[in-house]
Design a protein around this ligand. Structure first.
Ligand code: GMT
Length: 379
């Protein structure tokens, strides 16, 4: 198949999933065309089946806001025609689904029907999409998609709850590549960061409000009252400065390190003893799955799709959003030497359910289904 993938080329979960999916499809012999405004962050290897088409936006003094969606739709039209694509797969509804709809309508005038699949990732539904300023377009473009997937059952249910959706939504969960995300032996690094045998707690995110990073810090501070611990915070974003200030105020800054945006997160995860993800909302929680693949148990909130990955009392624990006392208590249970190995093994076992080789065929079969349906519809 020849597939066009549209995504945000950033470190955010939707871009990561789209890029990893494209890479896996290419390795399985499909031709993959990324259509984005920058080289995707995780597109870090060469494969003869991967092509990159840049959406370059030129500004004009009249435009206070450059109409990116129009440039993207035009680029999709161009790539579909030039490369003879079979399908467009857009990740994150806003504005990719409506741009794909526009491209499909333009191509229809030239007797080309390009089906498109929209994958919903979370905030495109639960935060941004449901806002009245976007809602009609989001509803319309989801209903007009030739196929729709959501990354968890919870996100599917939320989408039906929040929008008048008439289209079928298929759940295809996110996945992890276990050849990359597996625990590596990094004893020298661990000793450098935890010279006195401290346990290492890790959080990785885009440092947005929805991640509740202050809860990570408060949980860490509570655990620190009982056992020797260090905290690594990976990623960057709008909350970082506030969190740095909080660590200073709590006088724990000597035990907390901010690593910024990192490519090789699997190396940090290989040192970790516990992963913290206390988010307000989380449609899936890819970061937690990647941690579990590296044998790191997870303390998380019980929001969104997190209970579909993190099994309470088995791979870690789930608590109500904001219940830092419960999270700290659970962290101590997981880190107890009598329990830790069991939680680590269960985390890996659970991550294997979401292994790339199990999830990739779900996408490939769905692509074929949608392409066949589109052919029957038009010709
Ligand atoms: O977590 C974020 O804020 C980034 C966001 C995105 O769209 O890039 O992540 C969403 O998609 C990820 C991949 O499907 C999911 O693992 C995250 O749970 C989801 N984030 C939220 O729902 C807040």
């Amino acid at each position: 198949m020849k597939i066009g993938i549209v995504c945000y080329p950033t470190f955010g979960g939707s871009g990561v999933v789209a890029t990893e999916l494209g890479k896996a499809l290419a390795e399985n012999g499909h031709q993959v065309h990324f259509i984005t405004y920058n080289q995707p962050a995780r597109l870090d290897f060469y494969n003869q089946n991967i092509f990159y088409h840049e959406v370059s936006i030129s500004t004009y003094p009249l435009f206070e806001y450059t109409p990116y969606e129009l440039v993207l739709a035009s680029k999709m039209v161009d790539v579909v025609k030039r490369e003879g694509l079979d399908l467009l797969h857009v990740h994150y509804a806003i504005p990719h689904a409506s741009a794909a709809y526009m491209a499909r309508q333009i191509l229809l005038k030239e007797n080309i029907y390009i089906p498109f699949i929209t994958t919903l990732h979370g905030t495109d539904i639960t935060l941004v999409g449901k806002d009245a300023s976007f809602e009609p377009v989001v509803t319309f473009s989801i209903n007009e998609s030739d196929g729709v997937t959501a990354v968890s059952e919870d996100l599917k249910n939320d989408t039906y709850k929040l929008f008048p959706i008439t289209n079928q939504i298929r759940v295809i969960p996110n996945f992890v590549d276990l050849t990359r995300f597996s625990r590596q032996k990094k004893d020298h690094f661990k000793t450098a960061i935890c010279p006195n045998g401290e346990k290492l707690l890790v959080h990785i995110s885009n440092f947005r409000k929805v991640k509740r990073i202050e809860d990570v810090v408060y949980v860490f501070e509570k655990v620190r009252q009982h056992i020797k611990v260090k905290l690594l915070l990976v990623g960057d974003g709008p909350e970082r400065q506030k969190i740095e200030g909080l660590c200073r105020d709590l006088k724990i800054n000597e035990d907390v390190r901010f690593l910024g945006k990192l490519d090789a997160v699997e190396e940090v995860l290989s040192l970790a003893d516990l992963f913290l993800l206390p988010s307000e909302k989380e449609s899936f929680g890819l970061a937690a799955l990647e941690a579990m693949a590296c044998e790191v148990p997870v303390i998380s909130s019980n929001t969104g799709g997190l209970p579909e990955i993190n099994v309470n009392g088995v791979t870690g624990f789930l608590s109500n959003v904001g219940d830092i006392d419960d999270m700290a208590k659970n962290a101590l249970i997981v880190l107890d030497p009598a329990n830790h190995d069991r939680f680590k093994q269960e985390a890996l076992k659970r991550a294997k359910v979401f292994e790339l080789k199990n999830i990739l065929p779900l996408y490939v079969n769905y692509y074929q289904e949608v392409i066949e349906k589109a052919k029957a519809l038009v010709f």
